[in-house]
Design a binder for this molecule. Structure first.
Ligand code: SF4
Length: 560
């Protein structure tokens, strides 16, 4: 039955398979796991049973502790852990414990769900092989109902287990992800819904479909910025401890943190890094001017996703796919700029008159971008729109903004004016946020579709930043400048050839950016509201769908 070449299957994987083939694939092939409240509650339930874990040497007859058992079955090619194994009336019986309710039959009688029955039956067959005895039944305990359901290990059930193993092996060898289940109720209870995005997949296949939100509105974890050069991040048990330059210690539980951003020369200990790696906390290093240097995340294992990405962007039809995606991206950016200029100058006749020529140029560029025949041509239209946008940037600022903070030409690294320094710093923050979304979506940042591959930058991150530059930095920065929040002296450090944000200026910019990330808006395509931080992640996952059989939703977000 088992093929010696292929690794054993986890019995839990058969449970996932019976629940939804896509769930099986995401967990077993793409190695995606989301430990949500339900998963933690399941673990707690098992701990509360007090089942002592043991090997085959343990005796299920032994009085006292119930016994959970690690099993390996070479004949079936399965491994797994029985929740509890009991001997009753001379028969060995494996028990599965579930937090939820039992299925109900036509007469209201409790029955095991198909996935639970399959899992319990697989354990029964493994116990048979391990102990060399017949196991005529397994049982599933449903704790919410407080009922125990019997699962007969008859020929039909044995066949089901064998067929499921074969199906699982076939799926494991495939590169294509199975489609979403047709049973929407399963998705509502599925821990992988936020990464599978079943509702968005249904929307991609049917323009008229209105997705329900299974994607969390906000990330409950925050980003910890360590700005001052003398600050140090250490570890104390499950907390990160930030020691500031004046010796103050700030403790933050690791469960509250999604990312750590170390600015300039801020330090982090090996122990803290280890905690971050264990708790799925991304660590990013950026320079004082906001340039992203590198990131540490634990994304090993999502090989299939990367192979699909590479095949899609650089395989047989790669040229066409790259152009299609780049057109969507550039159109989104240009259209956003046009709408923003219109919005800001709506009530200001004089300003509107000034920006009219630029608006016409941007509108024309948006149209031409939509029908560009090559990426180079597209870059030309994007450049035209960008020049027009920057040419009216000062018209978007209030008259009270001091001259030193107004637009005087775009300079990058080093910035030679204050506005460019603030823009560069904010785009650097955006880059770390996009990098985090790209990596957590299992995408390869080095394989992009619009920006030219360079060793110093990640093309896919630069690509995905495009529609967010305006939404997440230009707009909040313009708002802050108009409100007089930036001080041209205290918030900037200037030398002869360069300008950058001072410590105080960086703190302001970080506060502004993080507040913007937490703002909630209604996504125009999926139709539900979510924070901008979540929107970046959603777009990264929608991008991945572009080459995973559910295309059409990426880069359709627009400023209203
Ligand atoms: S969200 Fe739905 S389609 Fe996706 S894995 Fe879960 S059950 Fe399957």
């Amino acid at each position: 039955m088992s093929n010696d070449q292929s690794p054993p299957l986890r019995v839990m994987a058969l449970h996932a398979l019976a629940y939804c083939e896509r769930l099986f694939y995401l967990e077993e092939v793409e190695e995606l796991y989301v430990a949500d409240d339900r998963v933690y509650a399941g673990r707690e339930l098992l701990e509360s049973l007090g089942a002592g874990r043991t090997s085959l040497d343990g005796d299920p007859d032994e009085p006292g502790q119930p016994m959970s058992l690690d099993l390996s079955c070479p004949t079936l090619g399965l491994v797994g852990r029985v929740d509890v194994l009991k001997r009753r009336n001379g028969q060995l019986t494996p028990y599965e414990h579930k937090r939820g309710r039992a299925r109900r039959g036509a007469g209201g009688e409790p029955l095991a769900w198909e996935s639970d029955a399959l899992q319990a039956a697989a354990y029964a067959l493994m116990v048979e092989e391990a102990y060399g005895v017949a196991v005529p039944e397994a049982r599933v305990r449903y704790h919410r109902d407080r009922v125990t359901v019997r699962v007969a290990i008859d020929q039909a059930m044995r066949r089901k287990v064998v067929d499921a193993i074969e199906r699982a092996r076939n799926l494991r060898d495939r590169l294509e992800r199975p489609p979403v289940t047709s049973n929407e109720n399963l998705c509502r209870r599925c821990s992988l819904a936020p990464v599978c995005l079943p509702e968005e997949s249904r929307r991609a296949l049917d323009e008229g479909y209105v997705p329900k939100r299974l994607f969390p509105e906000k990330d409950s974890r925050t980003t910890l910025h360590v700005v001052s050069a003398a600050s140090r991040v250490g570890r104390d048990a499950e907390c990160l401890v930030i020691t500031t330059s004046d010796g103050e210690k700030i403790r933050r539980p690791s469960g509250e943190i999604g990312a750590v951003v170390l600015h300039g020369m801020a330090q982090i200990s090996t122990q803290a890094l280890r905690l971050c790696a264990d708790r799925d906390i991304a660590v990013h290093w950026v320079t004082q001017t906001g340039r992203h240097i590198g990131s540490l995340t634990t994304t090993a294992g999502q090989v299939q996703r990367r192979i699909r990405q590479y095949n899609a962007l650089y395989g047989q039809t790669g040229d066409a796919t790259r152009l299609r995606l780049a057109k969507a991206l550039v159109t989104a950016r240009i259209e956003g700029q046009r709408r923003y200029i219109l919005r800001v100058t709506r009530q200001r006749d004089a300003a509107r008159k000034c920006v009219e020529p630029a608006l016409r140029e941007i509108g024309r560029a948006a149209q031409q971008a939509g029908s560009a025949k090559s990426i180079d041509e597209l870059r030309g239209y994007e450049g035209v729109a960008a020049r027009a946008y920057w040419s009216v940037f000062n018209d978007l600022l209030s008259e009270t903004v001091p001259e030193e903070l107004r637009f005087a030409g775009r300079t990058r690294r080093p910035a030679t004016d204050r506005l460019s320094a603030a823009l560069n710093f904010g785009y650097g923050l955006l880059k770390t946020a996009v990098m985090r979304a790209v990596l957590s979506s299992g995408l390869e940042p080095a394989i992009g579709f619009y920006h030219t591959p360079r060793s110093a930058a990640h093309p896919l991150v630069l690509d995905l930043m495009e529609p967010f530059r305006l939404l997440l930095w230009d707009i909040p920065l313009i708002g802050a400048l108009n409100r007089g929040q930036f001080d041209p002296s205290a918030d900037f450090t200037t030398t002869k050839g360069a300008v950058w944000l001072s410590d105080q200026g960086r703190r302001k910019a970080i506060g502004l950016f993080e507040a913007r990330l937490q703002e909630v808006w209604k996504h125009p395509v999926v139709g539900y509201s979510l924070s901008y931080a979540r929107t970046i992640e959603l777009e990264a996952r929608l991008l991945e769908k572009e080459w995973s059989g559910e295309p059409g939703l990426f880069a359709r977000l627009r400023l209203r």
